[in-house]
Design a protein around this ligand. Structure first.
Ligand code: ADP
Length: 177
């Protein structure tokens, strides 16, 4: 699915965040220590190789909502943005913290003068954020932030399952149509 949001192409696809070769920066749903793990962090660190953890060492720990950037090493991208999502039911106010992840990541990508960025559904795995609420927050945040972005031309959401893709698509239709 594709939308035009204030001159930025917004795409929703079903796929793997570690296999987006046409994107300059991919976002990692990181842990505070910026180490490998399960889910997105595991896929990104596996594909990037051990140098990614090394590069992360001096930047950790990060706070909930914060975003930092490193090289992407063996990934087919230039950079990885690492952001720490809220744990649902624990880190509060969770909606604001989740929005901050997207906002801070987008601003960081913009500062680095990059044209394209891909996001996973931050916090919706191990951190337990319900997918529909997370879709609403992430897509609304893109809508609100898009006007402030001059360099970024492509924002892609990479959803890992068909059902998450369907939820995102339905929410996007409401927000952007
Ligand atoms: P968090 O700890 O922020 O919840 P997870 O990595 O556990 O992060 O999960 C975030 C979301 O990413 C979940 O919806 C999960 O299904 C999805 N996911 C897991 N692996 C991948 C991948 N390789 N590419 C894209 N999304 C993924």
């Amino acid at each position: 699915m594709k939308y035009n949001v204030a001159g930025i192409e917004l795409q929703l696809i079903e796929g793997d965040i570690a296999a987006q070769p046409d994107i300059e920066a991919v976002v990692n749903a990181a842990n505070a220590q910026l180490k490998t793990g399960g889910g997105v962090a595991g896929a990104i660190h596996r594909a990037a190789g051990p140098k990614l953890e090394e590069a992360c060492r001096d930047l950790a720990p990060i706070q909930v909502g914060e975003a930092v950037i490193t090289s992407a090493f063996k990934l087919p991208n230039k950079y990885v943005v690492h952001t720490l999502g809220p744990v649902y039911g624990q880190d509060k106010p969770e909606a604001e913290l989740l929005a901050r992840c997207y906002k801070n990541s987008l601003h960081l990508v913009e500062e680095c003068q990059l044209k394209s960025v891909a996001f996973p559904a931050i916090s919706t795995g191990v951190f337990g954020y319900p997918i529909k609420e997370a879709a609403e927050i992430s897509l609304k945040t893109v809508k609100e932030t898009a006007e402030e972005l001059k360099k970024i031309k492509l924002i892609r959401f990479v959803l890992y399952s068909r059902s998450d893709f369907k939820v995102y698509s339905a929410v996007a239709e409401k927000i952007f149509d």
